[in-house]
Ligand binder design. Structure first.
Ligand SMILES: [Zn+2]
Length: 168
């Protein structure tokens, strides 16, 4: 399987323009009240799960994904936690973060840079999101081991921020 067949690619100008747009929030009221809307969103989440469990030519197994890079402009992210279990967050945002930022080298499946680029990640974050029952959750003190850096990368995709932007 080729990753380019599934992930938006910045080398195509129209796709790069899409990558720089903010994703829409999932409407939680409708997620709770309409079984059809919920089915649609849950199918998108299944697609994210499929991606996280797949192997692509020339790539390590994915650790994180956002609906936005799959061409679905909604604020939904998924990642593998410490126990390799897939977790999904709807409308996630950073509620608080450590003062400390760490310099990291990062690459992105949309850019496929020859050399990873330098960027910054907060050491720990508190994340506010909706779970798959439409309940608001605040998860505190998520560190590197719990996937904090991956979450920050995927959240940036929801905001239309890319790794080639220097202030990420
Ligand atoms: Zn990326």
């Amino acid at each position: 399987m080729k990753i380019n067949d599934y992930i938006l690619q910045a080398k195509f100008p129209n796709e790069e323009a899409t990558l720089k747009q903010s994703a829409f929030l999932v409407n939680i009221r409708l997620y709770k009240s309409s079984e059809h809307y919920r089915d649609l969103i849950n199918n998108i989440i299944k697609y994210l799960g499929w991606y996280l469990s797949s192997a692509f030519e020339g790539y390590e197994r994915p650790r994180g994904i956002s609906a936005a890079v799959l061409g679905i402009p909604l604020s939904i992210i998924g990642y593998k936690d410490t126990w390799q279990k897939n977790r999904f967050y709807i409308n996630a945002k950073i509620a608080a973060h450590s003062d400390l930022k760490n310099t990291v080298r990062s690459n992105c499946e949309c850019y496929q840079l020859n050399q990873p680029t330098q960027t910054y990640r907060y050491s720990t974050i508190d994340l506010e999101f909706y779970d798959l029952n439409g309940h608001k959750v605040i998860q505190k003190n998520i560190g590197y081991a719990e996937g904090s850096y991956v979450i920050q990368h995927e959240l940036n995709h929801c905001y239309g921020k890319t790794i080639v932007e220097k202030d990420e």
